[in-house]
Design a protein. Structure first.
Length: 125
């Protein structure tokens, strides 16, 4: 697992983003909408509208690294949607990457087998 530097900040972009965006689109969001430098080593967590997915963008010194995580069931509990960012501690960031230790996940019915219909949606974000 790629972990952010200990001295560099980890933030969540508070407003959900279009998850079709890749490295360059998310870096532009960091720079243009959040007013931060995506090449500074900063780690930025982006949330989906449905609340069950995250993308993490970090500069590792040689290039942008994009991590994507989708929960198979349930959704993360997110703070209120607003502009700006919220700082995360290293422990909070690691909890997002470890479903076993993440107490901030709402459980839902298990996903259906492939070809058996859509994945269940959480009723709240």
């Amino acid at each position: 697992m790629i972990l952010p530097g200990q001295r560099l900040p980890i933030v969540i972009a508070m407003r959900p983003v279009d998850f079709r965006r890749g490295h360059d689109g998310l870096a532009a969001t960091i720079q243009n909408e959040l007013g931060l430098d995506p090449h500074s080593g900063l780690t930025v967590v982006f949330r989906s509208k449905r609340g069950d997915r995250i993308k993490v963008l970090v500069w590792d010194g040689t290039g942008l690294v994009l991590i994507y995580k989708r929960l198979e069931a349930g959704s993360f509990t997110w703070p209120k949607v607003q502009d700006g960012v919220m700082r995360l501690s290293r422990a909070q960031f690691e909890a997002l990457n470890s479903i076993a230790s993440c107490a901030e996940v709402r459980r839902a019915a298990p996903p259906s087998a492939p070809g058996q219909g859509k994945r269940p949606r959480s009723s709240t974000l």
